[in-house]
Design a protein around this ligand. Structure first.
Ligand code: CUA
Length: 391
């Protein structure tokens, strides 16, 4: 199978089958796994370019060194090497050449960095939590899983990563992505799997005695199979094998790949339940009116002015920080009265509350039902304001 041939993300694509063969040869020489994501080819080819350029430069220095050793050898006893002064054009030209090589390289790498960091706006968000020693995933439609991350092949997926205990690092070699998961913070990484299949996940940050077994698999399903999975289908090993997917020993320890937490329930609904249970609604409204704390309606994505005059865009990281370390950034006009929930509130609850706040878009949809600030507990989520760019 020569997938690189038709791969428009490959810089060697214009070379046709020669380019594909070159790409494959380099990959094998370096013992790299398959290039299973759209970014993998780019990462590899930047790597090949760097190695190739360095090899050429090293070879050039070697050749010049050998030639100099011959050219300036001692021909008679006591002969002294004449003093050599390079002409100015050669010195300046050499410096300029090096600068141009550096700029070209920087340009290539920067373009790639931007591609790697900026998730497409159509990306599906999945919350990923690392804990000693398993990866857990919560999906927007309400399913959850542990050890196995289910995604649609050929579609972009953004992971919002956090940790419940220590720093972990989410690493999928076949996708060429690696991102730390930090307690009390959200980090993100995105990828697009090129084909259905199972791809190894490792933890790449020493996180305790179970670190070496903190692994899992990304299972990329055909989009139609992924839809089925989201609506509750739990494929067994034989059914996965029919799809050409081998889970192997993907799931370590006691992880249940199909999870039970929040099963069948919408993540935002879980978030409302958690927020109500934790008493958030005593100080925050969801109808747009400020109370003891800022309203959650339209909060996500808003630019808030802080007490010290600085401004901040409300994102997953800011909301999480506000829960864990409320006094770090106080919005102008409010008192620092919010207690810290660090250690009180679990990571899945945090993710669910963040997801709930994300769904509260401004203005209030006319037919929405929202819980009163301090009223009885009601379980309603205005489904009309589900983020429309996500499926
Ligand atoms: Cu988690 Cu190493």
């Amino acid at each position: 199978m020569n997938t690189a041939l038709a791969d428009s993300t490959s810089a060697l694509a214009p070379l046709g089958s020669v380019g594909a063969a070159l790409n494959d040869a380099f990959r094998r020489i370096l013992f790299l796994p398959e290039q299973a994501s759209t970014v993998a080819v780019k990462v590899d080819q930047l790597h090949f370019f760097e190695l190739g350029l360095m090899s050429l430069l090293a070879a050039a220095v070697g050749v010049v060194g050998i030639w100099f050793a011959f050219r300036y050898r001692q021909r008679v006893a006591g002969e002294r090497t004449p003093e050599l002064v390079a002409p100015l054009w050669l010195e300046l030209g050499g410096a300029l050449g090096l600068l141009l090589i550096f700029l070209f390289w920087w340009l290539l790498a920067f373009r790639q960095f931007v591609f790697e960091k900026e998730a497409p706006s159509t990306a599906m968000d999945v919350y990923a939590t690392g804990k000693q020693w398993v990866w857990k995933f919560a999906y927007p439609e309400g399913r959850s899983s542990a050890g196995v991350l289910f995604v649609p092949a050929g579609e972009p997926v953004r992971l919002l990563l956090t940790s419940r205990d220590v720093i972990h690092s989410f690493y999928v070699p076949a996708f060429r992505i690696k991102q730390d998961a930090v307690p009390g913070q959200y980090t993100s990484v995105w990828f697009q799997a090129k084909h259905p299949g199972a791809y190894q996940i490792f933890c790449a940050e020493l996180c305790g005695v179970g670190h070496s077994r903190m692994w899992g698999k990304v299972v990329a399903l055909d989009p139609s199979d992924f839809e089925r999975w989201q609506s509750g289908w739990n494929p067994d090993d034989a059914q996965l094998a029919d799809l050409g997917i081998d889970l192997g020993d993907a799931v370590a320890g006691d992880a249940d790949p199909f999870g039970s937490a929040a099963h069948g329930a919408d993540l935002a609904r879980e978030g409302l339940r958690a927020a109500t249970g934790r008493g958030c609604m005593r100080c925050h409204t969801v109808d747009g009116t400020p109370h003891i704390g800022p309203t959650w309606r339209g909060l996500f994505g808003r630019v808030e002015t802080m007490k010290d005059g600085s401004t901040l865009r409300v994102d997953e990281a800011y909301i999480t920080e506000s829960m864990m370390d409320p006094e770090a950034h106080i919005v102008a006009g409010y008192q620092p009265v919010m207690p810290s929930y660090l250690g009180e509130i679990s990571a899945p609850e945090t993710a669910a509350i963040v997801e709930y706040i994300r769904t509260l878009k401004a203005p209030v949809p006319p037919d929405s039902v929202s819980p009163p600030p301090a009223g009885p507990v009601t379980l309603t989520v205005d489904s009309t304001s589900q983020p429309e760019e996500r499926r």
